[in-house]
Design a protein around this ligand. Sequence first.
Ligand SMILES: O=C(O)C[C@H](O)C(=O)O
Ligand code: SF4
Length: 507
Amino acid sequence: MQQLQESIYQLIVETSTNLPKDVRKAIRQAKANESAGTRSAIALETITNNIMMAEGDVSPICQDTGMPTFKVKTPVGVNQLEIKKAIFAAMEQATKDGKLRPNSVDSLFGKNSGNNLGPGTPVIKFEQHENDYIDIRLILKGGGCENKNIQYSLPCELEGLGKAGRDLDGIRKCILHSVYQAQGQGCSAGFIGVGIGGDRTSGYELAKDQLFRLTDDVNPIEELKAMEEYILENANKLGVGTMGFGGETTLLGCKIGVINRLPASFFVSVAYNCWAFRRLGMKINAESGEISEWIYRDGEEISFTNETNESGEQPREVKLVAPITEEQIRELRVGDVVSISGMMYTGRDAIHHHLNDHDSPVDLNGQIIYHCGPVVVKDTDGNYQIKAAGPTTSIREEPYQGDIMKKFGIRAVIGKGGMGAKTLKALGEHGGVYLNAIGGAAQYYAQCIKEVKGVDLLEFGIPEAMWHLQVEDFKAVVTMDSHGNSLHQEVDQDSLQKLATMAEKVF
Ligand SMILES: O=C(O)C[C@H](O)C(=O)O
Ligand code: SF4
């Protein structure tokens, strides 16, 4: 049991900190395809640096270590309850060690269990197999990309593509649409797993199962092989690009599976996974609990160190230190890069909900709010250490953001994926700016955080508390300015037009 727990702990740590080779390969290709100096190229540079930093420091690639999902195959006769116990204990340890963020939240009362255990967490699926070893695979899929999963019920009418019928071409349209609707919000470029058929539950299950396939495997069903190739090629013509910045690569992988359906139902379910596609596996000796082999680790080592693009024209870089004045904000334009030093305050879902009808625990006048739920541990001296701190998807705060900026005099918000029309209007009225940080680059940003100066509302749990952070040279891109410009709106409209050129029947 102790050895089994130790092996599973290794699996968790490696999955969270060391991106698999096939995923790295796809990212390396995306980087090679991007022209030097573009926003997407710069974002990919940060992403690849982040991947290397996470591996080197054995720290989470992304602060959102997701919904841990274990798929376990055991020889007949192995005690599955023992395995479950070992998984729970290993999860708890990995959370304590800052390799996982406490991510299990009571849905009714909002309390974070603090140890990643609770009703429904983690997800563990058992099966038996004829082999004599335990095959255990783990995927850590974050909440932001999970929110971009989508399920279609055919026939249906799709934006840009028109009617999608109960046939291969209808399926093609759904899959293309799924990539379009994700935009940059699930930290594109992403990977998709698609499930055709089943009921609503088994359809999604099948879609997620596809994420356990290697990115370069070949679909044994001829039609699906052709579909996977078609989608990968054509989704990359949408121009959403890394983080939704526009660019050459929008999709890094597409895997499609099929099961039977009911006569009345025809579901196409899509599981969207961000570039931080964390999945690993191992074979464990059923007697001793020792690791006998890693899965998803074959092949050449993939690093990015020598791949640095020669930079083309560099965007304008503006230094910001809070408190920021309205005049400073009005000077910023979409496309500018800002480098922030000084203070910023984290605030995500619970904080925005709270600030809507409460006072702020700190004076936010002229300040910067960072949409971020970090991984935090206390060191031996009792000081908080930020272990991972990338941005979270900002659009969830759309109902609140504009009002809260005006109410407290906040001048800048940092997040990812962009915000909507209401916030854009408020930025213009109030003199505010939206800054896009690179999603998933949790090590890169953690390194910019020099000190935790304080924390408020810790009762909301570590990811949801308001952390007072002192930062140095924290870089982000202006993607929505106070003059009515939004890069996100532009990329969305442009990609919708491109999607519409793909309406004609192909399959
Ligand atoms: O919860 C987070 O920190 C990020 C989340 O995965 C997101 O993409 O919004
Ligand atoms: S922040 Fe981005 S990279 Fe991290 S889990 Fe969310 S979608 Fe994935």
